[in-house]
Design a protein around this ligand. Structure first.
Ligand SMILES: [Zn+2]
Ligand SMILES: [Zn+2]
Length: 287
């Protein structure tokens, strides 16, 4: 540890009696070197948020989004996700918002982990180009549905993000923010969200096991779930059974996509999650 003059840079092993530099007479206090370096380190780090998208690419997603609609669920998701993610540009969040997209059927495929800025540049700032890219990736899958496997993969990625152990990525600080609970307490929450959407039940190897969410073990459950279909379907109840309630609104972290009017909702949901904020439908900002 050393104490340094900010003016002449003379270094002292012990601070002077009054913390003034005896050499140059500078009227500022000597600076504790150790504290100084730490501040610099933090200042140099980028504070970033993360959104993990768990995107169902199972076979059934290729069906119409709503009865009689020419739009498939896959197309609707690709368009809404692309728009919601690119919306962050107008909100000035493109640099610090990172998106990890994991597609799943009975397998899991991470198609990217990039900042919104990188995604914008890669797709020429054209939402259509990005939507088509997402659609092509989603359409390549089409197997059965391993939601549990997807949740496990997202959990380990989210953990390596918050513990700063993502390979090939240094010099960042995971953002945190404070939410006020309904009971009036403040709680620190990492700026990490996982958004899972699905249209079915857990089904692999001819078996339909119950869903298990590893995010239940987090101090604040960062998982949001959206269901494509009717609220009476068993997949809908399954999904709701693993979701927690928004710490702010005490409302289910659940979104039902059962009619065309909810399409606009889906884009806003992707936007909110991509900015690593919000938990429940009441958290979506009103326009
Ligand atoms: Zn000095
Ligand atoms: Zn909420």
């Amino acid at each position: 540890m050393a104490y340094k003059c900010a003016n002449c840079a003379k270094s002292y092993a012990q601070p002077t009696a009054d913390y003034f530099c005896t050499d140059c007479g500078y009227d500022g206090l000597l600076i504790d070197d150790a504290v100084d370096t730490k501040l610099e380190e933090n200042g140099g780090d980028r504070e970033i948020g993360l959104c993990i998208l768990l995107m169902d690419a199972s076979g059934s997603m290729d069906q119409p989004a709503f009865p009689g609609s020419p739009l498939t669920k896959l197309r609707l998701v690709a368009n809404s996700a692309a728009q919601g993610i690119f919306d962050l540009q107008q909100m000035g969040k493109a640099d610090d918002a990172y998106i990890c997209a994991m597609l799943f059927d009975n397998t899991i495929k991470q198609i990217f982990f990039k900042s919104v800025k990188e995604l914008l540049e890669e797709h020429n700032f054209e939402v259509k180009v990005f939507a088509n890219y997402l659609y092509e990736e989603l359409a390549q899958m089409g197997g059965t549905t391993d939601i549990n496997g997807a949740l496990q993969a997202a959990n380990s990625f989210a953990k390596s993000f918050t513990t700063r152990s993502i390979p090939n990525m240094q010099g960042y600080t995971p953002l945190e923010h404070v939410v006020l609970t309904k009971a009036g307490q403040s709680r620190v929450v990492p700026n990490v969200r996982v958004l899972l959407y699905t249209d079915g039940v857990q089904y692999i190897d001819g078996k339909s096991d119950p869903l298990v969410s590893p995010f239940k073990e987090w101090e604040t459950d960062i998982l949001m779930g959206a269901f494509f279909g009717d609220s009476s379907e068993s997949g809908c109840n399954e999904l709701r059974s693993i979701l927690s309630k928004c710490p702010n609104h005490d409302f289910e972290q659940f979104f039902l996509l059962d009619q065309p009017s909810k399409v606009a909702h889906l884009r806003k949901l992707f936007r909110m999650a991509s900015g690593a904020s919000g938990f429940c439908p009441l958290c979506i900002p009103k326009e």
